[in-house]
Design a protein around this ligand. Structure first.
Ligand code: 8YV
Length: 317
C-alpha cells in the first residue's frame, strides 16, 4: 500500500522523524529554499500537515495545499494557526494539550524562583570569582507572597498547585470566574497586578490577550513586582516591558517566550534584571516524546477514520 504524503513544517527529534518516515512520504518543508514553489509542486494530494506552536499554518500555506484536511500541531498554543481559515475550509486541527502542562508549570515556577532569588545572576557571580567581594546582595523571598496568574487554564492551574506548596496567596484573572477554585478572582488584569508580587502569564494568545500586558499593568505590578511569561510573547507589549526593566519600574522579569523568536530584541541580553529562556517550557525529553507520539496518534487516527485524540474544537478568538 502506498504511503500517505505528509508535509512536515519543522524538524522533530530524529526518533520522531524516523517513525514518521516509516509511515508517511514525508516532505520536509523546512529544507525548501523556496517554500511556495515546494508547496505548489508537492502540495496537491497532501491531506495532512504536521507543524508546531511557533510555525503554525497560515492561510497562504493552507491554500497552497488544495486537498488539506488536517493540521496536526506539536504544541498546545494555536495562535500561529489561522483557525478561522481552517474552519472555513473544513480543515481539522489537532494540538498537544495535557501532555506538556506539568513541564510548563515547572518552568514557570522555576523561573519565578530564579527571578526572585536571582539564581542565574548569583551563579555568574560565583563563576566570575567575585564571592570574595563580599556577596552579591540580598534577593526577594518567594514563599508566603502573593501570586497572580493570568489565564487559569491547564497550565495556570498547575502553577497554582505548585504555588500552594510554597504557601503563596493565589489570585487570577481569566475571561470568567471559575467556581471550582478558591483563589481570588479579578475581572481586570491591572487590578490583579496591583494586588500581587509576582504575575505569571499562562494565557493563550488571542484577540483578548494580545498586547494585554502594557504600561497600565506594569505600573500596577510596581517597583517590587516581577513578571513571568511561559505563554506567548505577543501577550506582552515588549518595547514597554524593556523600558520598565531598563528604568527599574518593575523589579524583574523571567521570560521563556518573546516577540519574533528566535531573533529576539537584543536589549534583553543587556539587562541584569531579566532571566531569558529559549522557549524551553515543554522541552524535556519526556514531554517532547509524548508530544511527538500524540501528533502521530492524531495523524494515524485521521487516516484510519477513527476519532481524533486531541482536536481543537473551541471557539476561535
Ligand atoms: C513548543 C509551545 O515549544 O505548546 C506550545 O504552544 O509553544 C511549545 O510547547 C512548541 O510548539 C514546539 O516547538
Amino acid at each position: 500500500m502506498s504511503k500517505q504524503p505528509l508535509i512536515v513544517v519543522r524538524p522533530y527529534t530524529p526518533t520522531d522523524m524516523a517513525i514518521l518516515e516509516q509511515t508517511y512520504d514525508v516532505y520536509r518543508l523546512w529544507e525548501a529554499t523556496d517554500k511556495v514553489s515546494f508547496l505548489r509542486k508537492f502540495g496537491p494530494g497532501v491531506r495532512a500537515l504536521a507543524t508546531d506552536g511557533e510555525h503554525g499554518a497560515d492561510a497562504a500555506t493552507m491554500d497552497l495545499l488544495p486537498d488539506l484536511e488536517l493540521v496536526a500541531s506539536f504544541g498546545v498554543g494555536l495562535d500561529a494557526i489561522d483557525l478561522s481559515h481552517a474552519r472555513r475550509r473544513n480543515i481539522r486541527v489537532t494540538h498537544t494539550p495535557d501532555v506538556l502542562t506539568e513541564d510548563v508549570a515547572d518552568m514557570a515556577f522555576g523561573l519565578l524562583l530564579a527571578c526572585a532569588r536571582r539564581i542565574p545572576q548569583c551563579d555568574s557571580y560565583v563563576r566570575q570569582g567575585r564571592w570574595l567581594e563580599g556577596g552579591p546582595g540580598l534577593t526577594t523571598r518567594v514563599w508566603g507572597k502573593r501570586l497572580g496568574i493570568l489565564g487559569l487554564g491547564r497550565v495556570g492551574r498547575a502553577v497554582a498547585t505548585r504555588a500552594e506548596a510554597f504557601k503563596l496567596e493565589i489570585a487570577y484573572h481569566d475571561r470568567c470566574r471559575f467556581d471550582d477554585v478558591h483563589y481570588r478572582y479579578f475581572d481586570d488584569v491591572a487590578a490583579l497586578a496591583l494586588e500581587v508580587d509576582f504575575l505569571v502569564i499562562c494565557a493563550s494568545a488571542d484577540t483578548d490577550t494580545r498586547g494585554l500586558i502594557g504600561s497600565h499593568v506594569l505600573d500596577a505590578l510596581g517597583h517590587d513586582g516581577m513578571l513571568i511569561n511561559v505563554a506567548r510573547g505577543a501577550i506582552v507589549d515588549e518595547p514597554v516591558l524593556l523600558r520598565y526593566l531598563r528604568e527599574h519600574l518593575i523589579a524583574g522579569a523571567a521570560l521563556d517566550v518573546f516577540h519574533n523568536e528566535p531573533n529576539i530584541a537584543r536589549e534583553f541580553g543587556e539587562l541584569d534584571n531579566v532571566i531569558l529562556q529559549p522557549h524551553q517550557s515543554s522541552a524535556t525529553k519526556e514531554t517532547r516524546a509524548s508530544m511527538g507520539a500524540l501528533v502521530r496518534d492524531n495523524l494515524s487516527a485521521y487516516f484510519a477514520g477513527r476519532p481524533l485524540l486531541t482536536e481543537f474544537l473551541g471557539p476561535v478568538r
